[in-house]
Design a protein around this ligand. Structure first.
Ligand code: BTN
Length: 277
C-alpha cells in the first residue's frame, strides 16, 4: 500500500530537472515523470520497443511493483527516492553489454560521492554500499534481436531521503539512504543529474571500446575484489577469495575447497572478511 510520508521533499518537476541536467544526450530528450507507476523499467521497455531514442528517461515518485535483481521487489515509497529507467541503445557486442551494469554502479558511486562528499563502494555487480548499508541498486534488462543489442533498459533506485523508520522492519538493518548516512536531506534533482553525467562519461568510454579503462576504475571502487566472499549460486554456496574480474564482468573466485578458480556471472555475494587492497 502507498502511504503518505511526513518527510516528503519537493516533487520532481521537469523544468527543474532539465535545468540540473548537463549531459549531451542522457536525459536530454523525452522525460516522463509519473506520480505512480508499476515499474519504471517496465515503462521504459514499452517505450524502447516502440522505438524511443537513446537517453529517454522515465522517473516515478512511487512504484507499486518496483523490480529488483534476482526476481526480488524493490521497496519504493513515495516522494523520497529516485526510481528511474533509461533507454540505452549501445553500440556494443552482446557479450560486452553486461559491462553496462558495472558502469552504472561505478557512475552511481562517483556521482553520490561528488554530491554528498562520501563515496559509496560497489558490491559486485552494482549494489551501492555506504556505511555498510545498501543505498542503491541497479537492474539492467537487455533486449536482443538477431544477436545484437536492440536496447537496454537501465533501471536505478537510489534511496535519497528516507529516515530509518521509512523502511519496513525487515529492511532496517541493511538498507540505508543518503539522509541516514549524512543526517540531512538532499535535492533529488542534483543527485539524478550527477548520476546522468557520470554515467554518460563512462558510457561514452564503453561505446568507444575503452572497456579496460572503465573496468580499472570500477575495480578501485568495488569492495568485492580482494575480499573473501561467499556466493550463493542458485542455492550452491561458493566460498573463496575474489581475485579479479574478467573482461565480461564475471568475478573470478579462487575456491577454498580446491583452489580452483571459478567465474561467477550472477548471484548474491556476501563479504566474509576484508583483505587489504
Ligand atoms: C536491485 O535489486 O538491487 C536492483 C534494484 C533496481 C530498482 C530500480 S527502481 C527503478 C527501476 N524500476 C524498477 O522496477 N527497478 C529499477
Amino acid at each position: 500500500m502507498k502511504s503518505k510520508t511526513s518527510t516528503n521533499t519537493a516533487l520532481f518537476r521537469e523544468n527543474e530537472l532539465r535545468k540540473a541536467i548537463n549531459t549531451d544526450y542522457l536525459g536530454r530528450g523525452l522525460i516522463e515523470i509519473h506520480e505512480e507507476i508499476g515499474s519504471t523499467n517496465q515503462r521504459a521497455k514499452e517505450l524502447g520497443l516502440a522505438g524511443a531514442e537513446e537517453g529517454t528517461l522515465i522517473l516515478a515518485e512511487y512504484q507499486s511493483a518496483g523490480r529488483g535483481r534476482l526476481g526480488r521487489t524493490w521497496h519504493s515509497p513515495p516522494g523520497l527516492n529516485i526510481y528511474m529507467s533509461l533507454v540505452l541503445r549501445p553500440d556494443l557486442p552482446p557479450a560486452r553489454a553486461p559491462l553496462l551494469t558495472l558502469t552504472a554502479g561505478l557512475a552511481g558511486s562517483e556521482a553520490i560521492g561528488r554530491v554528498i562528499g562520501q563515496q559509496p563502494q560497489v558490491k559486485w555487480p552494482n549494489d551501492l554500499i555506504l556505511q555498510d548499508r545498501k543505498i542503491a541498486g541497479i537492474l539492467s534488462e537487455m533486449e536482443v534481436q538477431d544477436s545484437s543489442v536492440r536496447f537496454v533498459v537501465l533501471g536505478v533506485g537510489i534511496n535519497v531521503n528516507p529516515a530509518e523508520d521509512d523502511f519496513p522492519p525487515e529492511l532496517r538493518d541493511q538498507a540505508g539512504s543518503l539522509r541516514i548516512a549524512t543526517g540531512r536531506t538532499w535535492d533529488r534533482n542534483l543527485v539524478l543529474a550527477a548520476f546522468l553525467s557520470e554515467l554518460e562519461k563512462y558510457y561514452k568510454l564503453l561505446c568507444q571500446g575503452q572497456w579496460d579503462e572503465v573496468l580499472n576504475t570500477y575495480r578501485r571502487v568495488c569492495q568485492t575484489i580482494g575480499s573473501r566472499v561467499r556466493f550463493d549460486r542458485k542455492g550452491t554456496l561458493i566460498e573463496g577469495m575474489a581475485m579479479d574480474l574478467d573482461h565480461t564482468r564475471a568475478v573470478l573466485v579462487k575456491q577454498d575447497k580446491d583452489g580452483r578458480i571459478v567465474a561467477i556471472t550472477t548471484g548474491d555475494v556476501s563479504l566474509l572478511r576484508r583483505e587489504n587492497k
